[in-house]
Design a protein around this ligand. Structure first.
Ligand code: UTP
Length: 291
């Protein structure tokens, strides 16, 4: 069986919810504490056994590629100033993975972004991790959990989480039969349904392990919600042609593409840093004092 060693990270969106920050800076480079959000995603992929990252990018987003390269001038100057520990922090990021960048020439949707990766993925299974969705589980990274399901069941799998009925309209939602151990045999999917039309409350936040058959499905997918080629619609076609599973992963998800989700992640990650935790607690007390 072919091992899952490639991951596609779509990061070509406009990031309009973060304007004006995203006017000149890619949303994915905005830091959670001092690490750009996309680095957490790449680290999850690498900790899950992925060796090759295919970044779907766009004009004015070169900063992402530069981040995962060496920066000789910076590293050399830090070494000369006896700050080799800082130089090492920079070099370590450059050594994380092999990275191939592909331009999505216009933001035609997540499904279209994934289709852009076909020439590099070829005919093998691959993971997809959204560039602005953080799923935290240091012991068992979410993508690792999905790869294990893929290898055991030999079927494409989407990671899902249960959301309140009021929130189903924010996500792609799966429908099908639960078979135990957090698994569902998916028979249909709906992108951002109204609560009364949702087939379940299991939402796809942004982790997938897919068979290469998804590419022909995406080629046949017409623009859907918002006039974009939706990955959820491509998956609906895949479910008609092949077995598709949903797996309720273990981990805490932060929607870092949303301002409140971003603040949530910033607080959670800062409180976990030994050198920052007590200072952050003091700041929180100060700001909450009057409440
Ligand atoms: P979002 O819709 O959350 O991201 O897409 P966005 O478009 O960047 O941000 P807003 O909504 O305008 O604030 C989810 C992920 O899919 C990527 C985005 O970069 C993001 O990581 N994406 C989306 C693409 O790569 N291409 C697209 O055409 C659309």
């Amino acid at each position: 069986m072919i091992q899952v060693r490639k991951a596609v990270i779509p990061a070509a969106g406009l990031g309009t919810r973060f304007l004006p920050a995203t006017k000149a800076i890619p949303k994915e480079m905005i830091p959670i504490v001092d690490v750009p959000m996309i680095q957490y995603i790449v680290e999850e992929a690498v900790a899950s056994g992925i060796t090759d990252i295919i970044l779907i990018t766009a004009r004015h987003k070169e900063a992402i590629e530069n981040h995962f390269d060496y920066n000789y001038e910076l590293e050399d100057s830090l070494d000369k100033k006896q700050k080799s520990d800082l130089a090492e922090i920079s070099r370590r990021v450059g050594n994380l993975c092999n990275l191939v960048a592909i331009r999505q020439k216009s933001p035609m949707g997540l499904g279209h972004a994934v289709l852009c990766a076909e020439p590099v993925v070829g005919n093998e299974p691959f993971a997809v991790l959204l560039g602005d969705d953080l799923i935290d589980n240091p012991a068992r990274p979410c993508t690792r959990q999905l790869i294990e399901v893929y290898e055991r069941e030999r079927a494409s799998v989407v990671g899902v989480m249960e959301v309140p009925a009021a929130d189903v309209s924010k996500y792609g939602i799966v429908g099908g039969k639960m078979t135990g151990h957090g698994l569902m045999e998916v028979d249909h999917l709906v992108e951002k349904p109204r609560p009364e039309a949702a087939p379940s409350r299991f939402a796809i936040p942004g982790r997938y392990v897919l068979s290469p058959a998804i590419f022909s499905c995406l080629r046949e997918t017409k623009p859907g919600k918002g006039g974009e080629i939706q990955l959820t619609d491509g998956l609906q076609l895949l479910a008609q042609r092949e077995r598709l599973l949903a797996f309720q992963y273990e981990g805490t998800r932060y929607d870092t593409g949303d301002r409140l989700g971003f603040i949530d992640a910033t607080l959670a990650f800062a409180l976990r840093r030994p050198e920052l935790a007590s200072g952050v607690r003091e700041l929180m007390k100060k700001h909450l004092g009057g409440l």
